[in-house]
Write a protein that binds this ligand. Structure first.
Ligand code: HEM
Length: 124
């Protein structure tokens, strides 16, 4: 029998859209995060994060079709990311994941990834 991807198991596109919309709502109100984004409109950034996470968790590869290889560390090089920024990012993501309420076993797996990936993005 075919096995379901993590992407499908947690509810597919609708779930990742809710997650990244909630994340960027937090960013919009966060005094550490918001200044990192020069643009008025956070929707394009929300969509890039949505596409990336969908691809990472076994969904469609729209991210790479539009943006190429993720190279996330390189793409974050323009921003100073220290412990403070990492922690602010994770605070926004924890709140977004609480909104989405994945089943506990999926929540745990995704959160462990977020913690690792956010730390990997530190460059200061
Ligand atoms: C951009 C993912 C951590 C700040 C992006 C993009 C992705 C992404 C996919 C868009 C890249 C592109 O295609 O241009 C992630 C993931 C993270 C993470 C998966 C960790 C789990 C962080 C952290 C910060 C940060 C810790 C700083 C606090 C930004 C900013 C942008 C960005 C300011 C530019 C907005 C944009 O153009 O999309 N991130 N990021 N990210 N990230 Fe992150």
């Amino acid at each position: 029998a075919p096995t379901q991807s993590f992407y499908e198991a947690v509810g597919g596109e609708a779930t990742f859209k809710r997650l990244t919309d909630a994340f960027y709502e937090e960013v919009a109100g966060d005094e550490i995060m918001r200044p990192l984004y020069p643009e008025e409109d956070l929707a394009p950034a929300a969509r890039r994060l949505q596409m990336f996470l969908e691809q990472y968790w076994g969904g469609p590869h729209t991210y790479s079709e539009e943006r190429g290889h993720p190279r996330l560390r390189m793409r974050h090089a323009p921003f100073t990311i220290g412990e403070r920024e990492r922690d602010a990012w994770l605070r926004c993501m924890r709140s977004a994941m609480d909104t989405v309420e994945l089943a506990p076993e999926y929540d745990q797996v995704m959160w462990e990834y977020m913690e690792r990936a956010a730390d990997f993005m530190r460059n200061s």
